[in-house]
Ligand binder design. Structure first.
Ligand code: IPM
Ligand code: MN
Length: 358
């Protein structure tokens, strides 16, 4: 996307602490835009659990069309204690990912300076890789059903769908991304799958991966089974540069990635539609953390990292890098911990510190 003078951003604060962390992201976006000489315009949308409990609708008619008009979407969190699990996740988050065809879920796993990792003896130079998760297929399609429900003979199916187009576009994007990332330790893209058991779906992924790899001879095309990947992520995270993987496996390994980079208060993700005119959505991974709501204690670093990704992928790469640097100076020299209530600062103070560090 080319740099535009104004970035129009839809903000869905969502549930629990979502609006609090989103507000800090917005604060940093405003400050970064001012310093870099462009403007940002925000429009709030009240989608989430409270609206659903009030009106019975999650995404009102026309909402997706409305959101399509923005340059990007910034999401706080979804998940409400009074709404059954899955309702908001499916009706809001997955619905937007699917309808806006955000086929890349980009999850950097980067240990910032000063942040504690549970991996003994590992530091920021060891934990710095990116997971490219396919975001529109696999078990997430919602294909399946029940037979003889609520009887002793009940049958349930949940089908994983993989298409050549779906895996190939994700794999190609991941190769391009690896090339651009240009890791000085060597450009390597690791396909993470389970070809020894999922001999249909992941065979398709494997063949697409081999075919696309031919167009990127400068990138080492590597492969790990997903179970081994979990082991390596803990034992030798420095092995990885970029991982490309399926939706379900990507969901699982990115929580592992989240904890080795210091926890859910730090990890961020981008749901990206890289096609011309595509609208992407950026979010912290932390969830709505209902018990901390309204206390001004939740960590906004993940949301601010999501804001940095938004800039990076919306034609304002320089501003994005500026925010990333500011985050690292705050984690490295100010914050005591990344855990809610233990940061040494409030949510809003951490946002202010990042703005000062810009
Ligand atoms: C994530 C989340 C979602 C997912 C849930 C909330 C539906 O875990 O973004 O990783 O499974 O993709
Ligand atoms: Mn997840």
């Amino acid at each position: 996307m080319n740099a535009k003078k104004t970035l129009n951003i839809a903000v869905i604060g969502g549930d629990g602490t979502g609006p609090e962390v989103a507000a800090e992201g917005v604060k940093v976006l405003k400050a970064a835009a001012q310093l870099e000489g462009f403007s940002v315009d925000f429009q709030d949308f009240d989608f989430g659990g409270n609206r659903y409990l009030r009106t019975g609708e999650i995404l009102p008619t026309g909402a997706v069309e409305e959101l399509r008009k923005f340059d990007a979407i910034f999401l706080g969190a979804v998940g409400h204690p009074d709404v059954p699990p899955g309702v908001l996740e499916k009706g809001l988050l997955l619905e937007l990912r699917f309808q806006l065809d955000q086929y890349i879920n980009l999850r950097p796993v980067k240990l910032y300076p000063g942040v504690e990792t549970p991996l003994v003896g590992k530091g920021p130079q060891d934990i710095d890789f990116v997971v490219v998760r396919e975001n529109t297929e696999d078990l997430y399609c919602g294909v399946g059903g029940f037979l003889k429900k609520h009887t002793p003979d009940e049958v349930a199916t949940q089908t994983a769908i993989y298409t050549r187009k779906g895996c190939e576009r994700c794999i190609r994007w991941a190769f391009e991304f690896t090339q651009k990332r240009n890791n000085p330790k060597g450009k390597k893209l690791t396909l993470v799958a389970k070809t020894n058991v999922l001999t249909f779906g992941h065979d398709l992924w494997w063949r697409a991966f081999q075919a696309v790899a031919k167009d990127y001879p400068d990138v080492q095309a590597d492969y790990n089974h997903v179970d081994a990947c979990c082991m390596w992520m803990v034992k030798n995270p420095e092995y990885y540069d970029v991982i490309v993987t399926t939706n379900m496996f990507g969901d699982i390994i990115t929580d592992l990635g989240g904890i080795i980079q210091g926890g859910m208060g730090v990890a961020a993700g981008g749901n990206i539609n890289p096609d011309p005119g595509g609208v992407s959505m950026y979010e912290p991974m932390g969830g709505s953390a209902p018990k901390y709501t309204g206390k001004n204690v939740i960590n906004p670093i993940a949301a601010i990292s999501a804001a940095a990704m938004l800039l990076e992928h919306s034609g304002q790469a320089q501003a994005g890098q500026r925010v990333m640097k500011a985050i690292q100076s705050v984690t490295g020299s100010k914050m005591k911990s990344q855990a809610a209530g233990k940061m040494g600062y409030s949510t809003t103070q951490v946002g202010d510190l990042v703005c000062e560090a810009l």
